[in-house]
Design a protein around this ligand. Structure first.
Ligand SMILES: Nc1nc2[nH]cc(C(=O)O)c2c(=O)[nH]1
Ligand code: SF4
Ligand SMILES: [Mg+2]
Length: 246
């Protein structure tokens, strides 16, 4: 039995859902999302704190509420996950979290079970290297390396070797969460240090409501145009708000 720890939409109900990819290079693509529980970072603005900010966790997180682990995570056998994924008859899968690459052995086994017909996309914070078992299953990596404003120490959010390897991986896109125009200075330094092509850099406004996204887009869009970077909105927030399972 190989098992995966998943986030929940409601207690006991795994967060596996069908939606349009709301962010990044595949924005608008119908996909099945599988949200895994657990993260190795603690971003104070994280929009999915229920995947890691459990009782007893030191945080920090901007919300003061910690989450009950039993109500907000569920462990399933990969056969159950595969059945839930298959019901949507959709060939694109997005593994997200949390940090999904913390559970690569089970993800590799799940992909073996699902077979080769699926396009596999990963949302990751870019601190965890792909393992030899899982790497061949992955078609696209949406990496979101965290900047200073995330509140994580530099040593936890920046793994030099890992990021360097991803920088030369043709499957990798670099999606930076931006809250302030000054964050772009850090992006420029990273792109230079790791030789990330401008074409692979995507800036996304931080925000979990349409009004915040729109007001940040007003200065972020021209900034992207000026630097030669891509811009991405957060489509699912405009469509559904900050809601689990969407
Ligand atoms: N529709 C939709 N698109 C997404 N792209 C990345 C997501 C994430 O939470 O990682 C996400 C999500 O939660 N929903
Ligand atoms: S890396 Fe992602 S899931 Fe983890 S705390 Fe930061 S924003 Fe949340
Ligand atoms: Mg999200």
């Amino acid at each position: 039995m190989t098992r995966l720890r998943l986030a929940t939409v409601r207690p006991g109900e795994p967060e596996i859902f069908h939606s349009l990819q709301g962010e990044g290079i595949s924005l608008g693509r119908p996909s099945v999302f599988v949200r895994l529980s657990g993260c190795n970072l603690a971003c104070h603005w994280c929009d999915t704190p229920y995947t890691w900010f459990f009782e007893g966790h030191a945080g920090p997180h901007r919300g003061d509420r910690q989450y009950d682990r039993r109500a907000n995570s569920v462990t399933l056998d990969i056969a159950e996950v595969a059945a839930a994924v298959r019901q949507y008859e959709c060939p694109h899968i997005v593994f997200t979290g949390g940090e999904p690459l913390l559970q690569q052995p089970a993800l590799a086994a799940l992909c073996d079970l699902l077979g080769p017909a699926y396009h596999i996309e990963i949302e990751s914070n870019g601190t965890v290297a792909l393992t030899a078992d899982f790497a061949p299953h992955v078609h696209q990596l949406n990496l979101s390396p965290k900047l200073g404003h995330s509140g994580n120490s530099e040593s936890t959010r920046r793994k030099e070797d890992v990021l360097a390897a991803y920088a030369s991986d043709h499957r990798a896109w670099f999606k930076f969460v931006i809250a302030d125009p000054a964050d772009a200075v850090e992006v420029a330094a990273l792109s230079e240090r790791f030789a990330i092509p401008a074409e692979r850099i995507i800036l996304m406004p931080e925000g979990t409501d349409s009004a915040t996204l729109r007001s940040r887009t007003a200065w972020l869009a021209p900034l992207c145009l000026d630097r030669g970077w891509r811009f991405t909105d957060r489509l699912h927030i405009h469509l559904y708000g900050d809601t689990r399972g969407t």
